[in-house]
Design a protein around this ligand. Sequence first.
Ligand code: FE2
Length: 419
Amino acid sequence: MSIDCRTRRHIDRRELGRDEVFDRWLPDAVRDNGPLAARGLRYKQLPPLSLVVEDRTVSLRDDGDTLTLSDGPLDDGAIARLDAPSLSDLVQDWTTTMGLAMNSRVKMTQGGFNDWVGWEPVFRALFDGRPVHEAGAISFQAADGSDLDLTRSFELDDDPEEVGHFLEEAGFLHVRNVFSDAEMAAVSTDLDAALERARADDGASWWAGDSTGKQHPVRVLFFHEQSEALMSLLMDERIQWLSRLTGDDLSGKKMGAEGLIKPLDIQTGLSDLPWHKDCGQGGHSYLCNGLTIGISVTGADRTSGALGVVPGSHRANVQTAGKDESLDMAARKLETATGDLTVHCSDTLHRAHRPVERTRKVVYTGFRQALLPGDAVQQVPLAKQRADRARLTNVQDRIASAGADAGESEFVALEDETR
Ligand SMILES: [Fe+2]
């Protein structure tokens, strides 16, 4: 049993020059995976794409059998302008089309933002040999070969083999009755205090606006540092067992946590996140699957909003932000009670439904895969990691600068645990 689908090591990643990508990486990828990528492009009915890097342009189009690579722009395609480091990151899956847009690293000069984001699974087919998802490709089986009941939830005393199998197949879990009301009340009190202390420029919180324009703190980054009650729960066996569930070594990350409140009537900012994958900014082939764990500090239901998941989407190569129209599996809403856990794989498509009658609180934490043998990561200073995380609060403005109009702003994404 495993949810580890990594195919790359950090240590092998390097900065590629533009011409190295255009003259070697792209031709090699077209030779190896051109037919697979072309099939995905046809399935998704996307236009050809031109990549402009400084004074050179190459184009990719479907010739009916495989992808064709040519010099110069095409009249009938989408055109994306990016710099050489961005191209290097894209072809090595260190960033995605969405990740580039979120960081103002790409500009659409022809065609739509949807075309650019839609090309993401085609790029993964081209560079990673991962087939683009087609309707009907994914089924769900219980360990005994019968159909898996996707409405199922679990408790701590359920058979770990069965729980692990469900996670591997479905990409998510709902575990009931994990923490007591008293334990959640203590965390809730600490979260209220942390929200009270939060300031818009503190570099440790995300903010969102309501219909009157008032800004609210909606997420306390590094919340575990402000709550002893939470810290003891993070180390508790009632969470730690999840790191051993699939047989993978999910000890690759120190436990940290973010505390969220979901106020009513939020209109701007990152509060009720739309459909996304946590690897949606990039790094899937280096990191997936990790696990994100939501602790229901208050219950989540149809009036207070809840986590939505698309079962099986962690096995589907689809666009990583927004709900891909080719994704045929039905979404589920995980309605929880106080003290329940939700668990999802980093490649599982999920969203936060809006609260309509009352607010809710949730804490997110998670596990990451231990490094592959021989791998090593370049240490990013903690201060930079924190600053990068905090600056996501105004990511909508940067996506708009990539060429997305207001109607496409639902692509805003990612409370990712992947960096
Ligand atoms: Fe997420």
